[in-house]
Ligand binder design. Structure first.
Ligand code: HEC
Length: 177
C-alpha cells in the first residue's frame, strides 16, 4: 500500500490493550477500528454523516455492543475448548470482558479469556473491513442511528439504562446567554 501505512507507528497504540493500559475503558478493538477508519477516510466533516470515518467508527461501537461476540473463529484455534459468545450492550472493555468472564467462568489471566479477546479483535476488524469495502464501492449504509453527543446532553453510549437502570439522571440544559 505504501505510505502512510508503511511508517504508521503501530507501537504507539499498544497502550489500548485492556481498555487502555488496563483501565477497562473503551475496548481496544473499537479504538483501533476508529483509528483505522479515520486514518483512511478522514475525521468528522460537514455533510452527510455516512461520508466520514466517524460514522463508520460509531457503527463499530454499536455493532460491538449489540452483537454476540466473538463472531470470528480461527481455522486453527489456539484454545480447543468452546469459546462462548456474549453480548456486552456496551463498547467498554470492562463491561464486555466482565460479562464474558461471568458467563464463561474463566479468569482474566486464563488462556481462554486471552483467546476470546483476540477473537473479538478479529471480529471487529472483519466487520470494519466489510464497512470500508462497502464505503469504497459506494454501497455503505450507516448502521447506527448515531448522533453527536450534544444531542444527548452528555457524552455516553446511547443506551443509558445499561448503567443507570430506569432512573437516568437528566443532564443540566445549556444556559441561555
Ligand atoms: C457505562 C455506564 C453508563 C452509561 C451507559 C451512562 N452513564 Fe451516566 N453515569 C454513569 C456513572 C457511573 C455516573 C456517576 C454516578 C454517580 O456518581 O453516582 C454517571 C453520571 C451521570 C450524570 C451525572 C449526574 C448524576 O446525577 O449522577 C448524568 C447527568 C448522566 N450520567 C446521564 C447519562 C445519560 C443521559 C446517559 C445516556 C445517554 C448515561 N448517563 C449513560 C454511568 C453511565
Amino acid at each position: 500500500m505504501g505510505e502512510p501505512y508503511t511508517s504508521f507507528p503501530s507501537d504507539a497504540f499498544v497502550f489500548l490493550e485492556g481498555g487502555m493500559v488496563g483501565w477497562g475503558t473503551i475496548c481496544g478493538s473499537n479504538a483501533g477500528a476508529n483509528i483505522v477508519a479515520n486514518a483512511i477516510i478522514g475525521p468528522r466533516i460537514a455533510g452527510p454523516e455516512c461520508e466520514n470515518g466517524a460514522a463508520i467508527g460509531a457503527d463499530t461501537l454499536q455493532w460491538y455492543s449489540e452483537t454476540a461476540l466473538p463472531t470470528f473463529t480461527p481455522k486453527e484455534p489456539r484454545q480447543k475448548v468452546k469459546i462462548i459468545q456474549t453480548t456486552s450492550n456496551s463498547p467498554l472493555c470492562h463491561v464486555s470482558v466482565g460479562k464474558w468472564m461471568k458467563e464463561a467462568g474463566y479468569a482474566l489471566s486464563s488462556p481462554e479469556r486471552r483467546d476470546r479477546c483476540a477473537r473479538v479483535a478479529a471480529s471487529v476488524a472483519y466487520q470494519l473491513v466489510q464497512n470500508l469495502n462497502a464505503w469504497k464501492d459506494g454501497t455503505y449504509k450507516q448502521l447506527s442511528a448515531w448522533k453527536p453527543a450534544s444531542n444527548m446532553g452528555v457524552t455516553a453510549q446511547q443506551n443509558c439504562t445499561e448503567c443507570h437502570g430506569s432512573t437516568i439522571p437528566t443532564p443540566p440544559a445549556a444556559k441561555k446567554i
